[in-house]
Design a protein around this ligand. Structure first.
Ligand code: ADP
Ligand code: MG
Length: 815
């Protein structure tokens, strides 16, 4: 017999599936009710009479016929109940079960208590005890301020009251009426208790029906005014009278008529968890807003508030939770009402102000190296290059030179799609430093990449008489000592390595330029540790993750940004094809054709941390299988992250030399690997990769003169979301377009990952949607610092900045 956990897991699965990615899969959920029925029977067996069981049961009655919006809400509610059961299960064994919060009539909640401060812990608010505070914490609400910032994820327009006599069946409606009767009835067959509320508004009668919630009877009295919202149907057993199952309800006292929060207005819908109902959250928000409205202060400078006619803060908070001004539901749902935009602006302003401070600090405090504009080495390099630089490369080189010859330290990001030719740009910058008798170092995120850089840079540098050394973790002790000595004596003019470069024993004689490749893999800290190896060296960060410009200035807000937005001429775009498992042999036939032409191929397997062992096994077995059964006459190599540094190197070397024809690999080859003779990239399980990652992988081919191909080996079945992603991917080779799509599909939070960007959380603002606000906020933030670089006239703003950025402003002194 299954235990509770297993049963809940089974119930949960389709719900999680359906709700993923903002309910992208809701429509593919069929016949949920028949699926749930036996599960719920199981639940009953385990949990007996617990109220949650009937709650869940009632949520799935008639589910498959519901409108998508209602389905969503029911799923959210069901998840909340399941959460509460799971939550409960984890609680200590002293099983004195207390029911999860039951919606309390709002009248008891709105009584204002003593005013709250923004930093008051949430549990001191009226109606929130320690237990609920714990659940709220799970939603990220610890203080009153957190609660205010917990915005509805959508709204429902329940403001449009319909006469009961004119209701249309099947649509979502809100009605108001007087209670005629409130009775608990039993069904004939199963003897289930149903609470039925009969109301009238003079034009007709309507039944509100709650399955298995007889306790609700106590809450209603004859003659009371109530509002109900939900999908209207007609009850055939009662002469076709209008009925709403599980309506949202509100009991109206006279003085409360314009204080509705659950119906009769634009109603906020919150994401819930852990046994907190949407209804409860709504009531709680109301209490919080009512009791702390007066303590919300304007933090922004008055000039800015009036310049952009920003709504006063307390109003803005009230309006995002309980809209009265915005009548357009879609503006609310898109987070673009005036109130939303006011809150977004504030967040973006604080964000930009912090970035501006960070940048100002770099500019103000440090005097770096001003390199002399020497170009003998550069001219020599250019003579030897087999190609001419693209316009974009030339422009970026000019920008870098301008920075390097200036006194303030360079902090520049060079962004360029895979294959845009960043290496030669880095090389020219390095030569400028070297000709000025300084050293350069280049840090790469992986050994393979460091090795690649070492090879390509050495090829460019050697003819010029420039000495290059490589420093990675896998060097033998003796070798390492030699390299360290060369770095210290200044013999090593360019040092290429992994994070081994930032270890303490690495001492440069005269480091003038630090280049960091693929910086999205490093934290901000590493950047500054590397820079500290020299006396305020210039810093150049290179990334292949293309981001739309408005975002780049924010995510890398303290850096200046250069973009190489042009590929070298004559590259033919990689052709991408999607194959399915059933056509695998066709894919192999194609591969064979390319190999016969003398080309090479990659076969890449995803490596997901949770299933690392299995994935590794898949890659290993595949390599063996291909060698033995499919391509016995070609040499297959295997590369994965668990291999030792020198093993990896020797495999890579054989592949580069062409002795390995097919390289089966996990994603270790994702970035930077450069073998122009490889023309086919086969990606296994492409549905498990993100867009940006797929783009990086595809960038491994199409690096030479040959037409190249990317083959996606799809499984038999796709989730809709994966299909969308792969379609976008096969249609374009443009990294910027892909990045934009990626952002759109994943949302900025996941796209950047807070860890990587180090920027404060954005609750209201959305970097893409609010790009216009971002620009304004940026201009204002930089202007403000121009007039008052320490914000000494703006103590409140300084306090806000400190709070939002936590420690993330680093060494910068904010007050
Ligand atoms: P990435 O920006 O991905 O690091 P690389 O610097 O590795 O790109 O360059 C990719 C390939 O393009 C290399 O083989 C390089 O020699 C070549 N390349 C770079 N610039 C040009 C150019 N202007 N014209 C033609 N080929 C170029
Ligand atoms: Mg590169």
């Amino acid at each position: 017999m299954d235990d509770l956990k297993t049963i809940l897991g089974r119930i949960r699965k389709p719900l999680d599936f359906a709700s993923k990615d903002n309910f992208a899969h809701l429509h593919s959920l069929a016949a949920l009710e028949p699926f749930m029925r036996p599960q719920i029977e199981e639940l009953k067996r385990v949990l007996k009479e617990r109220r949650e069981v009937s709650e869940i049961e009632s949520l799935f009655i008639g589910f498959d016929e519901l409108l998508p919006e209602i389905k969503k809400e029911r799923i959210i509610n069901a998840c909340a109940v399941i959460d509460s059961l799971e939550f409960d299960r984890k609680a200590p064994a002293s099983k004195s079960y207390s029911p999860s919060p039951k919606p309390v009539a709002s009248a008891t909640m709105v009584e204002p208590s003593s005013p709250l401060r923004l930093d008051t812990p949430i549990q001191y608010c009226k109606g929130i005890g320690p237990k609920r505070a714990e659940m709220l914490r799970k939603l990220g609400m610890s203080t009153v301020e957190d609660a205010l910032a917990y915005l509805p994820w959508r709204y429902e327009d329940r403001s449009n009251l319909k006469k009961i006599g004119r209701l249309s069946y099947g649509s979502y409606e809100t009605v108001s009426g007087e209670v005629v009767s409130a009775e608990v009835v039993s069904t004939k067959r199963q003897k289930l208790k149903i609470f039925e509320l009969l109301i009238t508004d003079g034009s007709g009668m309507l039944v509100g029906s709650w399955f298995k919630q007889p306790f609700m009877q106590k809450m209603f009295k004859k003659g009371q005014r109530v509002m109900l919202s939900g999908v209207v149907k007609s009850n055939p057993y009662k002469g076709g009278i209008a009925q709403i199952d599980n309506p949202d309800y509100e009991i109206m006292d006279d003085e409360e008529a314009d204080n509705l929060i659950h119906t009769g207005r634009m109603v906020p819908i919150y994401r819930t968890t852990a046994g907190l109902s949407v209804r409860y959250l709504r009531s709680m928000m109301k209490t919080v807003l009512d009791s702390c409205g007066g303590t919300m202060m304007e933090m922004l400078p008055q000039e800015i508030v009036s310049k952009y006619s920003l709504m006063p803060v307390p109003d803005a908070y009230y309006e995002v939770h309980f809209p009265t001004l915005e009548k357009n539901i879609s503006m609310l749902n898109r987070g673009m009402s005036a109130a939303h935009r006011r809150l977004s602006f504030e967040e973006l302003f604080v964000l930009e102000l912090g970035l501006a401070l960070r940048k100002q600090d770099v500019i103000r405090e440090k005097k770096g190296i001003s390199f002399k504009p020497l170009d003998r080495l550069e001219a020599e390099l250019r003579k030897k290059l087999p190609f001419t630089l693209t316009g974009a490369q030339e422009r970026v080189i000019a920008e870098i030179k301008r920075d390097m010859t200036a006194e303030r330290p360079m902090n520049r990001l060079v962004q360029g799609d895979v294959g845009s030719g960043k290496t030669v740009v880095a090389m020219i910058a390095s030569l400028l430093a070297i000709e000025n008798a300084y050293q350069t170092c280049i840090m790469a995120p992986t050994e393979i990449l460091a090795e690649q850089h070492y090879k390509s840079i050495t090829a460019l540098a050697q003819p010029l008489g420039v000495t290059v050394r490589s420093l990675t973790g896998s060097l033998k002790k003796k070798e390492k000592e030699t390299v360290l000595a060369d770095i210290e004596s200044g013999t090593a003019q360019i040092v290429i390595g992994t994070h081994a470069l930032i270890e303490v024993q690495v001492q440069f004689k005269r480091l003038g330029l630090a280049i960091i490749d693929e910086q999205h893999r490093f934290g901000v800290m590493q950047r500054s540790t590397l820079a500290s190896k020299g006396y305020k060296p210039d810093v150049l960060v290179m990334t292949a993750t293309p981001i739309p410009r408005t975002l780049a200035i924010t995510v890398y807000g303290d850096l200046d940004v250069s973009v190489i937005d042009e590929l070298p001429a004559g590259r033919s775009p990689v052709i991408t094809r999607l194959y399915f498992e059933s056509r695998r042999s066709e894919a192999y036939t194609f591969l064979e054709t390319e190999l016969r032409k003398g080309r090479q191929a990659y076969v890449v397997y995803p490596l997901v941390e949770e299933s690392e062992k299995i994935d590794l096994k898949a890659a290993t077995e595949m390599a063996a299988h291909m060698q033995k059964d499919i391509f016995p006459h070609w040499k297959i190599g295997l590369l994965h992250g668990r291999m030792k540094g020198n093993e990896k190197e020797s495999v890579m070397a054989s592949f580069t030399a062409g002795t390995i024809n097919i390289l089966v690999s996990t994603t270790v080859i994702e970035v930077g690997v450069d073998v122009p003779n490889a023309t086919v990239m086969v990606i296994e399980h492409p549905e498990r990769f993100g867009l940006a990652q797929l783009h990086q992988l595809r960038g491994r081919v199409g690096r030479g003169a040959y037409q190249s191909y990317c083959i996606l080996m799809g499984p038999r079945m796709f989730a809709v979301e994966a299909r969308e992603r792969l379609t976008v991917f096969s249609r374009t080779n443009d990294g910027f377009k892909i990045a934009e799509e990626d952002l759109r599909l994943r949302g900025p939070g996941e796209f950047f990952g807070t860890r990587q960007s180090g920027i404060p959380d954005l609750r209201a603002a959305n970097l893409i949607r609010d790009a216009d606000l971002l620009e304004k906020a940026r201009t204002e933030a930089f202007n403000l610092l121009l007039h008052d670089s320490q914000l000494s006239q703006y103590p409140k703003l300084r306090e806000l900045l400190k709070r939002k950025w936590h420690g993330k402003l680093g060494l910068i002194n904010v007050g």
